[in-house]
Design a protein around this ligand. Structure first.
Ligand code: PMP
Length: 443
């Protein structure tokens, strides 16, 4: 880094961003939120520059998408070369090699010591929907099991699978049926692995195993609050689904592809889904998602049953091949584990020092801090929102999440400059301390 960041030359948002935001309000449907109404002009591996010339530290990666950086040179090279060749054929009309190469890479790297096939799509929700189609075709069963606090997308079926009502589902029902929710093993708020697994077994017994095609689970929940489940929960799901002929679908859309310090988050628990879903970081921002899984399950679908006009777009496939090159660099995953150490070094002391800090958790570059009342665990969304807003004003882009909105999540690019990460964390922790101390003093 040549000059220190964040580098602020106006208030955040600045005048040009404010003007563009006003124009946006007249042109864009109101339903889109904005975590930080700042308009971006450029990005580096660690920062975002806005249209007013402010440079912000990026601890969001466009929600876990720009893991290799939002301006990765290898992505640019591969995508530009593809732009010169062609932008689209539709893989269902005429084929191109990069689609096959992406499928091969995923088949050989996704957990599971079995023959695999991959289907490419565009968005995460589309991957989830197609996993359900494939699971139904392979099992001849209708139902889908999902867990509390899950997030799987905003399409009609995936809204039904997503737990949180507001803002995701409010006023959009009715939703497709045959989706049944079971408890999560949330270490802070749940009742433990044994109780959660017993509830799952009871639900399966009540409905009959033949009611369920698949259980879909995030190995670490994203929007639900970066919940790393109690040890043994994922292994328990793996065992119980296998015993009941139910397919296990692991939604690695947010946690996968290096984010947690392993290539896939399910590796931390030593499990493999029958189907594994990827998106987000896969295309480095070009829309690409995938369902990868057991060859016999994937190939249960009739020819013509899967597809989509843009599924596995050639620009996005080239971006994915560049992402794979980055993920294969020997230093990448150790760097992600160092990001976790750095974040823990800054955030963990706050747990003991500040009453309202209920938990610091996560893996790799997917870390979170939860705010709640020290005695009752009553969620403190107000604190998380205030702290996040103060970070934005100070030039650090953080996001909130969680069923109760009381969690600040950190999703830095996996290639963030360590000096920039340190600076971002110093600003964040200073703001947490000053906000919480002011409140404790007033109480
Ligand atoms: N599954 C998980 C775990 C996710 O985090 C998301 C996106 N936040 C989705 C599915 C849906 O992905 P998309 O927004 O690309 O449809």
């Amino acid at each position: 880094m040549t000059s220190p960041v964040p580098h602020l030359v106006t208030d955040i948002p600045g005048p040009r961003s404010r003007q563009l935001h006003a124009e946006r309000e007249r042109a864009v449907a109101r339903g889109f939120g904005a975590a930080l109404p700042v308009f971006v002009s450029h990005a580096t591996a660690s920062t975002l520059e806005d249209v007013d010339g402010n440079i912000l530290i990026d601890l969001a990666s466009g929600i876990a998408v720009t893991s290799v950086g939002a301006a990765n040179p290898r992505v640019r090279e591969r995508v530009s070369a593809q732009l010169d060749r062609f932008t689209h054929t539709c893989f269902m009309v005429t084929e191109y090699e990069s689609f096959v190469r992406v499928a091969e890479w995923l088949n050989s790297h996704v957990p599971g010591d079995f023959d695999k096939r991959t289907a490419l799509f565009s968005t995460g929700a589309e991957a989830v929907e197609n996993a359900v189609k494939i699971a139904r075709a392979a099992t001849g069963r209708p139902g889908i099991l999902v867990v509390d606090e899950a997030y799987h997308g905003r399409s009609l079926l995936t809204m039904a699978m997503t737990a949180k009502e507001h803002p995701y589902k409010t006023s959009f029902g009715p939703f497709p049926g045959d989706v049944v929710r079971v408890p999560n093993a949330n270490p802070l708020r749940g009742e433990g692995t044994e109780a959660a697994l017993a509830a799952l077994e009871e639900t399966i017994a009540e409905h009959g195993a033949e009611a369920f095609a698949a259980l879909v689970v995030e190995p670490i929940q994203g929007e639900g609050g970066f919940v790393v489940p109690d040890a043994g929960f994922l292994a328990g799901l793996r065992r119980i689904t296998a015993e009941n002929g139910i397919l296990l679908v692991v939604d690695e859309i947010q946690a996968g592809l290096g984010r947690t310090g392993r290539l896939f988050a399910s590796e931390h628990e030593g499990i493999a889904g029958d189907l594994t879903l990827t998106a987000k970081a896969l295309g480095a921002g070009l829309p690409l998602s995938a369902v990868t899984g057991r060859a016999d399950v994937m190939d249960a679908v009739h020819i013509g049953g899967l597809g989509g006009t843009y599924a596995g777009n050639p620009l996005a496939c080239e971006a994915a091949l560049a992402v794979f090159e980055e993920l294969e660099k020997p230093e990448l995953l150790p760097d992600v584990r160092r990001i976790e150490e750095t974040i823990r070094h800054h955030l963990e002391p706050l747990e003991a020092a500040i009453d309202a800090v209920a938990d610091v958790r996560g893996r790799g570059a997917m870390m979170a801090i939860e705010f709640a009342d020290a005695e009752t665990l009553e969620p403190r969304a107000d604190l998380a929102q205030r702290i996040s807003a103060a970070c934005h004003a100070a030039g650090v882009l953080t996001l909130t999440c969680g069923t109760f909105g009381n969690v600040i999540r950190l999703l830095p690019p996996l290639v963030i400059d360590p000096v920039v990460l340190e600076r971002g964390l110093e600003i964040l922790t200073d703001i947490i301390r000053s906000t919480c101390r002011a409140e404790e003093a007033a109480a």
